[in-house]
Design a protein around this ligand. Structure first.
Ligand SMILES: NC(=O)C1=CN([C@@H]2O[C@H](COP(=O)(O)OP(=O)(O)OC[C@H]3O[C@@H](n4cnc5c(N)ncnc54)[C@H](OP(=O)(O)O)[C@@H]3O)[C@@H](O)[C@H]2O)C=CC1
Ligand SMILES: Nc1nc2c(c(=O)[nH]1)N=C([C@H](O)[C@@H](O)CO)CN2
Length: 242
């Protein structure tokens, strides 16, 4: 079955890996980006439909969903991947920090889900088994359940994003499944030093930088299911047992 998958934040790392992976499988990918990296050109050459959209701007989000509703007659999957891992000591005021985290991780997915839900439902109904045929995936974080001393606003926004998983799962059943993926140590950042890396790895009983493949295989499972919804799937090396 050829899918049409909207992925936010496809310019790098997990979002870029997801977009390339599903394009390679022959699916249609609609990708949003903020910074125009060379990777965006690469995805365009692979056939992706790409849209610049800063998720802190509700007007830009309106333009995105209006374009999708007007130019795409089918959409069966949305992956809310875009995220800003903003520390509490970034220099922004507490009010600005919390507002930014809630806008990107909660308000933007809320606005997009409500606007595109009819497309997801219609796509599901074209399937022989329409129950749970369409998908929304919210990329949350292990810290949504545990909190974080240095990313309080970020963690709170990811917890709110998972709460929306529960609400949208109830609202959009039986045609649309809605699930969270709660990762921990998937990819280090380029500026992470050896001491930080060692400390981060030691937080899990499986001390690994898990890599993109862990996310891709879980997304594949969720897309193929017709029976899992309203749940959070941890990809965290057993951090809860440390
Ligand atoms: N990497 C990891 O180990 C972990 C990741 N996660 C979650 O997994 C997901 C993917 O992680 P990862 O690939 O590391 O994410 P990144 O931090 O690398 O960023 C993901 C994308 O989000 C985009 N983005 C950030 N702010 C905005 C904005 N205001 N408007 C539009 N796009 C924006 C970035 O664009 P730009 O390039 O322009 O900044 C980037 O392309 C995220 O939701 C993250 O919270 C959770 C736990 C661990
Ligand atoms: N948007 C992002 N969110 C998170 C990132 C990231 O790079 N971008 N990284 C992490 C860490 O890997 C953390 O899980 C382990 O230190 C968390 N969220």
């Amino acid at each position: 079955m050829e899918r049409t998958i909207l992925i936010t934040g496809v310019g790098k790392r997990i979002g870029y890996a997801l977009a390339k992976y599903y394009l390679a499988q022959g699916h249609q990918v609609i990708g949003t980006y903020r910074t125009h990296y060379d990777s965006i050109e690469q995805l365009g050459k692979l056939g992706a439909s790409l849209h610049s959209c800063d998720l802190t701007d509700p007007t830009a989000i309106d333009a995105l969903v209006n374009h999708i509703n007007q130019h795409h007659d089918s959409l069966d999957t949305i992956i809310h991947n875009a995220s800003d891992w903003l520390p509490d000591n970034s220099g922004l005021s507490p009010a600005e920090t919390m507002a930014r985290m809630m806008q990107i991780h909660v308000s933007a997915p809320y606005q997009i889900n409500l606007a595109l839900a009819p497309l997801l439902i219609n796509a599901a109904k074209t399937n022989d088994d329409s129950i749970g045929a369409s998908n929304i995936i919210h990329m949350t974080d292990f810290v949504a359940e545990k909190g974080s001393k240095k990313h309080i606003a970020y963690a709170a926004s990811k917890a709110a994003l998972h709460n929306m998983t529960l609400s949208f799962a109830s609202l959009l059943a039986p045609h649309v499944k809605v699930n969270s993926i709660a990762p921990a140590m998937i990819l280090f950042n380029e500026d992470d030093g050896e001491a930080y890396k060692a400390k981060a790895l030691a937080k899990a009983i499986l001390p690994k930088e898990a890599g993109n493949a862990e996310i891709m295989s879980l997304v594949d499972y969720l897309l193929g299911s017709h029976y899992v919804t309203g749940r959070s799937y941890a990809v965290d090396g057993g951090r809860h047992l440390k």
